[in-house]
Design a protein around this ligand. Structure first.
Ligand code: F6R
Length: 248
């Protein structure tokens, strides 16, 4: 399950090759995408490779995991802007190809139902890319989220707001709520790749390895998925026990 790479760049190269092959084999691939620092080198590498190989992305569809409640797509810290800057704009993906849940619609309950349905109607996710929070969250599914959850509104934990404060001028500006795909939406993807890089992810990787499948550790749900891969760099693997490393 754990595949260890020397550096985040090595993960980015491997994942970029994998995404390119996937899209070459299936130009209508439906991709589930994440935001965050972990994804930045991966999208940068993929954009470069897509341009060099003249990869046809015109039929690809993407669905992002989450968005902050209260931040519209034009807000510089919105996840839409993150995706626009790191992937959509440089890769030439049009508005019609990409979806994020809306954090500013009037009827959030309706938005939740229709986002999960939109994914299903697109044929489901062929591949879901995930990062992981230091508390084990995937998407914004914080510890305690039911494994059968679909898209829903969440109150962000103080841990997550603190972690994400680095993207804002002041930590107090980090929204208190988000809308996120649920764990069931994520688990329904045909294939899942979780990426963790950096020493600050070493504790959560060791915790994930040791953890039983339990809702207090959201990422542990992934242990039940038949096609899950976890790509980590040396720094994030630092606290993994020897048997995990031997299993790689
Ligand atoms: C982002 C998301 C989050 C992040 C996680 C790790 O769309 O769903 O689960 O993947 O918080 O964030 P970074 O990569 O910034 O450490």
């Amino acid at each position: 399950m754990f595949v260890i790479f020397p550096t985040p760049h090595a993960i980015a190269e491997h994942l970029s090759n994998l995404l390119t092959q996937k899209i070459q084999n299936n130009p209508k691939a439906v991709l589930g995408l994440a935001t965050g620092s972990t994804m930045e080198p991966i999208y940068a590498q993929f954009v470069q490779q897509a341009q060099q190989t003249k990869l046809d992305l015109s039929q690809v569809k993407t669905f992002n995991l989450d968005e902050y409640i209260g931040l519209g797509p034009e807000h510089p810290q919105s996840y839409y802007q993150f995706m626009q800057c790191h992937l959509f704009q440089p890769a030439g993906l049009s508005k019609q190809q990409v979806s994020l849940p809306s954090g500013i619609c009037e009827n959030l309950e309706k938005e939740c139902v229709s986002y999960s349905e939109k994914i299903k109607n697109a044929g489901g996710l062929d591949l879901q890319l995930l990062g992981i929070g230091t508390n084990g969250h995937i998407g914004f599914n914080e510890p305690g989220t039911p494994f059968d959850s679909l898209t829903h509104v969440v109150k962000l934990s103080e841990n997550t707001r603190l972690d994400n404060g680095r993207f804002f001028d002041d930590k107090s500006e980090v929204p208190t709520q988000a809308i996120t795909m649920g764990i069931q939406d994520i688990m329904s993807a045909k294939e899942i790749i979780l990426v963790a890089t950096g020493r600050h992810k070493a504790e959560v990787m060791a915790h994930l390895f040791a953890s039983a499948i339990h809702e207090q550790m959201p990422a542990s749900a992934l242990k039940q998925h038949a096609q899950i891969k976890i790509f980590i760099d040396q720094a994030a693997a630092e606290l993994l026990p020897a048997e995990a490393k031997q299993a790689i």
